[in-house]
Design a protein around this ligand. Structure first.
Ligand code: OSB
Ligand code: MG
Length: 368
């Protein structure tokens, strides 16, 4: 499959409501969108790095430099028989997994389209729809209770509450008291340390399905210390960049559940490897999200069709975040089920090109 051209754009999508997590507040979603062209087809993907290195180390500027100046000139005009063949170009370079994933995912879409197959079939998944929950940003207890009620009314299969120091036990107690039976989780986005053990143990009383990423983004050891004294499962997000990380975390008993974000781990090949390692350890996985547009959401839904994605993912309705999406197909959940997009092969959604042009700037166009 010849990559004939690449178009890299920087997109700014306003969020309907500011999204607050322990590391900061997001009011718009700013991300790179990559379109690979060949055989009259387009493969598309978005990067999950933020403008500032607040979730992990990668930045938008670093990703644009990596793709525009280093990688895209090397791959445009070349043939790659499969996504695995493309990884050789990326292998020499350290880190930059989000930037690498952007290229790898766009090529998977193009490759699946060239074979006239839905992406899930190429990945090894098979489903009409996947279970999803919501991720609720930090807000007052009253506002959170209203948001939980709405999510429960809409049939979401799990509610995840963002927490941070000083905004945790009372919040969870109030939500659990009002909704005794829902599947409930929390996500600290690394805000705690081993000194917060007593607070984390207090969370053990609320039948949480898991506590997501309580400790540092680059830590496994301390998570193991904490997991040893908690009844509740720890789920790792930021700390897992690779299948090797997943193996080490599960061997160390640092977590019992893993959140897979294909954009975080360097692409589908690595996401599949993490999925398989977790299955071998009997550890369930679920598909995380980064407030992606419909392009990234479609990718996430296809990934979540793999068999060990047994917990509800974070790909809730796009209309919860955006007034207008970058893709024409509405990606909205019904009763906590998100249909796998299938309007054509690959990721199964089509770009709303006029809207894309309106909300983005060209970073680079590379032609053979
Ligand atoms: O930790 O899962 C996270 C959003 C931005 C950054 C990190 C995270 C999140 C979410 C939102 O939880 C998930 C989504 O709805 O896409
Ligand atoms: Mg998380």
């Amino acid at each position: 499959l010849l990559i004939e051209a690449a178009e890299l754009r920087i997109v700014r999508l306003p969020l309907l409501t500011p999204f607050v997590i322990s590391t900061g507040t997001m009011t718009e979603k700013v991300f790179p969108l990559l379109i690979l062209k060949g055989q009259g087809l387009q493969g598309v993907a978005e990067g999950v790095m933020d403008p500032l290195p607040d979730y992990l180390e990668e930045t938008l500027a670093g990703a644009i430099d990596f793709l525009a100046n280093l990688i895209l000139p090397q791959v445009v005009g070349k043939r790659f028989a499969s996504p695995a063949a493309l990884l050789g170009v990326l292998a020499p370079w350290r880190g930059n997994r989000m930037a690498k994933a952007t290229l790898e995912m766009a090529f998977w879409d193009l490759w699946a389209k060239s074979l006239n197959q839905p992406l899930q079939a190429m990945l090894g998944g098979a489903a009409d729809a996947v279970d999803v929950g919501v991720s609720l940003g930090i807000a007052s207890i009253d506002t959170t209770l209203e948001r939980v009620e709405q999510a429960v009314d809409e049939g979401y299969k799990r509610v995840k509450l963002k927490v941070k120091r000083g905004h945790d036990v009372a919040l969870v107690r109030a939500v659990r008291a009002a909704f005794p039976d829902i599947k409930l989780t929390v996500d600290a986005n690394t805000d705690y340390g081993v000194q917060d053990l007593a607070m984390l143990q207090a969370l053990d009383d609320f039948q949480l399905d898991y506590i997501e990423q309580p400790l540092a983004f680059d830590d496994i050891h301390d998570h193991a210390q904490v997991q040893a004294v908690l009844k509740t499962a720890i789920c790792l997000d930021e700390s897992i960049r690779s299948a090797v990380d997943a193996r080490k975390a599960l061997e160390a008993r640092a977590a019992r559940v893993i959140n897979i974000k294909v954009g975080r781990v360097g692409g589908y090949r690595e996401a599949q490897a993490i999925h398989d390692v977790c299955a071998a350890f009997g550890a369930p996985v679920w598909c995380g999200g980064m407030l992606e547009s419909g392009v990234g959401r479609a990718h996430n839904i296809h990934l979540a069709t793999l068999p060990n994605f047994t917990k509800p993912g974070d790909t809730s309705s796009a209309s919860r975040y955006f007034k207008r999406d970058l893709v024409r197909e509405p990606l909205d959940a019904t009763q906590g089920r998100m249909s796998v997009p299938e309007n054509g092969p690959g990721i199964g959604v089509t770009l709303d090109r006029p809207y894309l042009d309106q909300v983005s700037d060209l970073a680079v166009e590379v032609m053979a």
